[in-house]
Design a protein around this ligand. Structure first.
Ligand code: MN
Length: 206
């Protein structure tokens, strides 16, 4: 559970939000296949302990303010496993999200002492906070989200700014910040390859 302030919005961002330190983003869908499983929820946080949950009913994905923010080159978008979210945002909103930071890629490049790169693992080790993954596979298409769904959805974005700060210093310490930047830059292409049917292929493999 969380003491965070959580707001629900239908179909788009409210006007007047600003994200001076970048925006943490996560999505919830009906499943793991972006061609089949629709986008239900986009969660956002500016890193100040508040979360905005944008709910989609599946009929309209117009969302002009959200699309403008996702494509705004001046606003850094911080994800955990951006590859999936960026593909889903491309599929349903038709938008190329940029620029991108991914805490999972940063972790894989910086934390080579472990193979545990899940959000729960990172938040536990780097921030000392215990997260529940209980609502991960719940019905995100429901007309009314439960309190525990809202809390779970918010938790997926509330800690990404703090994780980024920790991971950035580890990447710098190990001399891998350039690798991370280059990998983040490739993510929009990786997401488009996934949508085009190449998700199982390592195109760099022999
Ligand atoms: Mn999530």
């Amino acid at each position: 559970m969380t003491d965070a302030k959580i707001s629900i919005h239908l179909g788009d961002l409210p006007a007047g939000l600003s994200f001076p330190s970048g925006v943490a983003i996560d999505t919830e869908t009906l499943g793991l296949n972006p061609h089949r499983d629709r986008l239900c929820l986009v969660q956002l946080s500016s890193g100040d302990g508040t979360a905005h949950l944008i709910k989609f009913d599946g009929k309209s994905y117009a969302a002009p303010r959200l699309k403008a923010m996702l494509a705004d080159p001046a606003i850094l978008k911080i994800f955990h496993f951006a590859r999936f979210d960026v593909a889903v945002l491309k599929q349903y909103l038709g938008v190329d999200t940029t620029p991108i930071y991914c805490t999972k890629i940063a972790s894989k490049l910086a934390r080579t002492y472990t193979d545990r790169h899940g959000l729960k693992d990172l938040v536990g080790e780097l921030l000392g906070i215990e997260l529940s993954k209980q609502q991960q596979s719940s019905d995100w298409g429901a007309a009314e989200l439960s309190e525990s769904q809202k809390s779970y959805a918010a938790n997926d974005v509330l800690h990404l700014h703090a994780l980024k700060a920790k991971l950035d210093s580890m990447l710098a310490r190990e001399g891998r910040s350039d690798f991370a930047q280059a990998a983040f830059g490739f993510l929009p292409v990786r997401a488009r390859l996934d949508l085009a049917g190449f998700e199982q292929d390592d195109i760099f493999a022999h």
